[in-house]
Design a protein around this ligand. Sequence first.
Ligand code: BDP
Length: 671
Amino acid sequence: MKRRTAILSIWMLVAAGGILHAEDGSRLWLRTDTTAQAQVIANQQSATVAVAKKELQTQWQGAPVQLKIARTAATRALGDDGYTLAGSPQTSVTITAATEKGLLYGAYHLLRLQDTQSLPAVLDMAESPKYARRILNHWDNLDRSIERGYAGRSLWEWEKLPGEISPRYAEYARANASIGINGSVLNNVNANPLILTNEYLIKVKTIADIFRPYGVKVYLSIHFAAPKTLGGLPDADPLNKEVIQWWKDKVKEIYALIPDFGGFLVKANSEGQSGPQDYGRTHADGANLLADALKPYHGILMWRAFVYNPTKEDRAKQAYQEFVPLDGQFRDNVMIQIKNGPIDFQPREPFSPLFGALQHTQEMIEFQITQEYLGFSNHLVYLAPLFKETLDSDTYADGQGSTVAKITDGTLRPAQVTAIAGVANTGDSVNWCGHPFAQANWYAFGRLAWNHELTPEQIADEWLRMTFTSDENFIRPVKEMMLASREACVDYMMPIGLHHLFSFHVHYGPEPWGYFPDGRPDWMPVYYHRADSIGVGFDRTEAGSNAVSQYFSPLHEQFNDIKTCDERLLLWFHHVPWTYTLQSGNTLWDELCYRYDRGVQEVRDFQKTWDRLEPYVDAERFAVVQSKLRVQARDAVWWKDACLLYFQTFSKLPIPYDIERPVHQLDDLKK
Ligand code: BDP
């Protein structure tokens, strides 16, 4: 039997075109091995041009390439990062841009076209990014732990800097450049004030110097009370002259070390962090204090809208209530950084009603690439469909077609700066992201930040070709699996608009019964699902918390009416009777059961798909994904059993007999 398997797998390897070398995933999507010695000439030289040249010289397999910096009306129209590709891969190729960064992005695009077998016979394209600042947010602490990080310790070896330099700094910057990411906030939003000491700033400078040739700017999260905790001032009141001066001096010190420093990210008066409200001031006072200090150096200030307090008010409404009254009071180098949904990176949320609601304030979106609520680095969940769903959501703020993307990318609202952020999923693990498929989420964030009109399908296709193989027998089923994976996760975790059912302490696994007598109510699952003998779901209609009123018409009315509310968000906005009939013809209870079951079955299908594809994948990555899919399948059953058995104590209805029976006991799960 054993022998037969061995012969079979050798045969399969041969069939797939040869023995596949083990790969540890460390090369990400940048795996081209060639002996190419392409001819590349450039009309100007710089460190960035040198990177573009080297990438092409070592990987480009076509005709000579000319890199041309030209400040013409046409190149200027493409902005700092845009470029044109012209010529033919057979005879000669010209990449033209207004800046060296444009050349770099053009070079990576040319290589991507080659590596995904998409090179046209004649090159004639102009590209420019939708957002000017495409930024990763690292929630990395100075002790190298990572808040919500699932891929090892922080990449930044603070204790060894500035003397010892990890080769991964440049590799990281290169990976980002290859997908258009041009900024990194190095440290956690729950910021340690020490990052602003001269000792740390010198370390930050060292990293910035390594990133610079790759077009990646460094940003820092700051602790609002730093003038007090670090500077020894009596307070950190944004209107205190000494505080204002302290920040001015600090910013000057930073720019003396890092002339192209990007700016600050701030989490203030949120989850226990200090902020301007500690001194009776507003978020605008706080943001403007820092924005003014950064302004002379062209730095930007990203002020997070993630604020909520344990009050009687629905948590989903609070950010809007805080920020809308301040609209128009922020400086023009302030961005309000808004999480995609009103609560917190759940598998599915409606878009945050703040998008479009701030008419005279620049808004940027924050996604979470790390899978805090989507199975960590254990679950295969391709996030491009989630990102796209939010970006494509119509806010109706400026009439029909006011998608979140068009509100934030400068299309509909004039903007000094446009930006987009993603909370990074990288760490020091060999494959960077923990799960080989989590790399796709880093990749997808970068590609969508560059062009949010790309489809999740296109992005998955590119990523798979570059990361694994171009064999259609592999691409087709794996792409299908990736595209189905986010919806599968919604189904086995929190379907039909359920949210925040995860276990409180680790944010992993289900805990719908979660209730802690002395905890914050807005951190407890029961606050969000409100299950009772009648039904389940959070009533956010006009008769309930009235969160629907924060959305523009006609969404306000659509969400408010159980008949017109998008069923994917039904229990987000409505408390629905167990026996209410849904569009499928099923009662809510039955539909819930079928959804949970469907999620489980989908993951089982992913396992079958993957196992069948062994011949197309190197043994190392095959085994990692296979074992992670096992964990995911077990977790999916765990979620299904926990949620259904728990909700059944309210619905008192049977689990439909045509789906898989629970394999756990509720009491055991609760333990
Ligand atoms: C939540 C995380 C917490 C973060 C917070 C934030 O659980 O660790 O600090 O968001 O975004 O999702 O500030």
